[in-house]
Design a protein around this ligand. Structure first.
Ligand code: BMA
Length: 320
């Protein structure tokens, strides 16, 4: 069995994108959604402007590592007159939906009402069609599965309980991508000293494999010096994705590189984009580092699945 610490390898080109690369003045570039379109890697980056408000801008690259071409304007931004999004758009995830011949973007719309889940569709990453608010505050870290399961579109999301304060991964169902019902808990934060005890949230949209849906998620532990955001993984049942088959006990990637340790938020790896190359079986995990820049790490999909099946804990981890 591979050791959990050896599964991911950081790109030698990290950080891939920083504020200094941007074609207009910005404070930070991080938490990128990722997909492949027309043979190119497309990242939809969270860009924090010099007011502190975030929008989402596209960067494209032939190899997913270098030669980035960055749009000179946002693809998605908040509306200064709308209390739902006047504080910006954050933390997107992109799902390719073959059934719709489109990409669906789930992102956090932020305003005085709190963060909520918004959806938009695009066919070209030049213009989008808003599908509105999917889930009201406080909810974020949402992403869609790339296909329907038992006739339903499935949206993973992370509501926060106002009574217990728990912040766990749930899923909801829809037949029209507008009305979301049948919410069910999927994966809970653990407890006590665990690395994912305080909060968990879905990372990129899960990837379908023979062993189940591969989930990459972030977990948070609070330290005296502040929170640490790390990366874990799990496998969900293909036909019933609220069922956790395996979950990594150890984190698979934690902040150790200088660009992950220091930035606007120290000690943060926030995974939001995942691309699989079936030819090489390589996974590219794109993540925000220290809320300041975009970085990437690679892994082998089969090795990751073997690791989860042989060494991950079984069961939902619903410890609260
Ligand atoms: C989360 C989100 C992310 C951010 C992370 C670390 O709550 O707001 O956008 O990257 O915190 O600060």
């Amino acid at each position: 069995m591979s050791r959990s610490a050896d599964l991911f390898t950081r790109s030698p080109a990290n950080p891939l994108l920083t504020a200094a690369d941007w074609p207009y003045p910005v404070n930070a570039v991080f938490n990128p959604a990722a997909t492949v379109a027309d043979g190119e890697t497309v990242l939809l980056c969270r860009v924090e402007d010099r007011r502190g408000i975030s929008h989402l801008t596209v960067a494209r690259s032939a190899d997913g590592v270098s030669g980035w071409r960055i749009d000179d304007r946002p693809l998605i931004a908040g509306d200064p007159d709308d209390p739902i999004s006047m504080w910006g758009a954050e933390d997107p995830r992109i799902t390719r939906m073959d059934e719709l011949d489109a990409w669906l973007i789930a992102y956090t719309a932020y305003g005085p009402k709190g963060p909520c889940v918004a959806l938009a569709a695009t066919t070209d990453f030049v213009k989008t069609r808003s599908l509105g608010v999917a889930l009201p505050p406080e909810d974020k870290n949402a992403c869609l599965l790339p296909r329907r399961v038992n006739g339903h579109y499935l949206l993973f999301h992370r509501p926060v309980s106002s009574t217990s304060g728990s912040a766990d991964i749930w899923l909801s169902r829809s037949t029209d991508l507008r009305a979301w019902t049948g919410a069910q808990p999927v994966l809970a934060s653990r407890a006590g000293p665990w690395w994912d005890a305080v909060r968990v949230g879905m990372g990129p949209p899960p990837i379908e494999t023979d062993a189940g849906w591969l989930v990459v998620y972030h977990g948070v532990k609070n330290m005296v010096a502040g929170p640490i955001y790390r990366v874990g993984a799990a496998l969900l049942d293909r036909d019933n994705p609220s069922q956790v088959l395996h979950r990594s006990d150890e984190w698979l990637l934690g902040p150790t590189a200088p660009y992950e340790l220091t930035g606007d938020a120290h000690t943060v790896i926030f995974p939001t984009g995942l691309v699989h190359d079936p030819q090489t079986d390589q996974l590219r995990l794109y993540y925000g580092a220290a809320d300041s820049c975009v970085a990437m790490a690679t892994a082998n999909l089969s090795e990751l699945i073997d690791h989860l099946r042989s060494g991950g804990s079984t069961g939902s981890g619903r410890t609260r």
